[in-house]
Design a protein. Structure first.
Ligand SMILES: [Fe+2]
Length: 371
């Protein structure tokens, strides 16, 4: 059995990130001030986010720096960091609008869960990560390695935690290479379907779970996906096939590989940092954190899930989860329970502004037979 290695700049190890930090992009102070001014000009606490258009935010050269960062996430290492967002000039709501405005220039925001929210506040609200309907972003728990449900995730830091909350990233390409060299039999298993729960966030016309391999290949590229927590919760659902011994062994080895010190790169997001990750090229997790007592100092990040004009063709097996595998299409996200006409109008308007396509399946997905 032999597999391609898919050597590329996305096949990095932790040391590579330390030795070459060209994945860090910095917005100069003057450019940051210009970005803050653009936000303050457009800020209206009563205006819904859906009403804003890219042309409402004239961000100037700071946006070029952000775009370079996104290119690195798309076609380089699979992740990048932009430092220097004007955090000190803005309230939390204004900072949220800054992130939203940046997103309007970059792609089409995707809904992120049951409430069909298009931007999420990542903060501890007392929820339980390991529950059948649990999510990670609204807890202070350490998280399993996983990919988010979109092409590109943008995470902007407003406040960091009192302690902990470090961001961990591993290259899925390097994990694949390691799996192939250590256990080619389990690499083969990883290219077969695993079943993931939607953790009770499915839309009325979606199944509560879906099947997808951990690795697949398209157009000379490798694509990774992982979420151990959702494989675990899927096992409790009716109709989901039980994991085989080989699948369990594969899952354990993959978790081990992803968290090895030579594979896993650890970083701390600081206020004003904006991290981009390409979910097909890297997998991520986070350590548990402790918050400050004062609510205004507690850990707070704003998260966007983006479909972008630069996205590439996905493997066919990615189609159920992303609902489209077409390059540059509006795909990914969890439609959730409140995906209404206002959501659809926003998506279509944004897609038009960016020259992207909205597949019919995005609007009315059929109930698919997944098991
Ligand atoms: Fe995530």
């Amino acid at each position: 059995m032999s597999f391609p290695k898919y050597d590329s700049s996305a096949a990095w190890r932790a040391d590579d990130m330390v030795n070459d930090q060209s994945w860090i992009f910095r917005i100069e102070d003057e450019a940051a001030t210009q970005m803050a001014a653009a936000v303050l000009r457009g800020y209206d606490a009563d205006r819904p986010l859906f009403d804003y258009a890219p042309s409402d935010f004239d961000f100037g050269p700071g946006l070029d720096t952000v775009r370079a960062s996104v290119r690195e996430a798309h076609f380089g290492r699979g992740f990048a960091l932009t430092k220097g967002l004007p955090r000190g000039h803005l309230s939390a709501d204004q900072f949220q609008l800054l992130v939203w405005g940046i997103g309007l220039h970059l792609g089409v925001a995707r809904p992120q869960g049951r409430a069909s929210q298009y931007i999420s506040e990542v903060r501890a609200t007392g929820s339980t990560y390991r529950a059948a309907g649990g999510r990670g972003y609204n807890t202070n728990a350490g998280l399993d390695f996983h990919a988010d449900a979109c092409d590109i995730v943008a995470l902007a830091c407003f406040n960091q935690a009192k302690s902990g909350g470090q961001s961990m990233i591993s290259s899925s390409t390097s994990a694949w290479q390691t799996l192939v060299s250590e256990r080619p039999d389990l690499a083969q298993v990883a290219t077969d379907k695993f079943y993931f729960s939607r953790n009770q966030e499915e839309a009325p016309n979606e199944n509560p779970f879906y099947g997808q391999p951990i690795f697949d290949f398209e157009d000379g590229r490798i694509f990774g996906k992982w979420n151990r927590n959702r494989i675990r919760t899927a096992q409790e659902l009716p109709r989901v096939p039980k994991l085989s011994d080989a699948q369990l062994e594969c899952a354990d080895l993959l978790d081990d590989i992803l968290s090895r010190p030579d594979m896993m790169f650890t970083m701390q997001l600081e206020p004003g940092d904006l991290q981009f990750m390409n979910n097909h090229l890297v997998l991520h997790s986070r350590t548990e954190f402790e918050d400050f007592e004062e609510p205004e100092r507690q850990r707070l990040l704003y998260r966007l899930w983006l479909a972008t004009p630069d996205s590439v063709a996905l493997p066919e097996t990615w189609g159920v989860y992303f609902r489209s595998i077409t390059p540059g299409s509006v795909r990914g996200g969890f439609c959730g329970h409140q995906h209404d006409d206002a959501c659809r109008e926003f998506e279509e308007r944004q897609a038009k502004a960016l020259g992207m396509t909205v597949p019919a399946l995005m609007i009315d997905p059929p109930l698919t037979e997944v098991a």
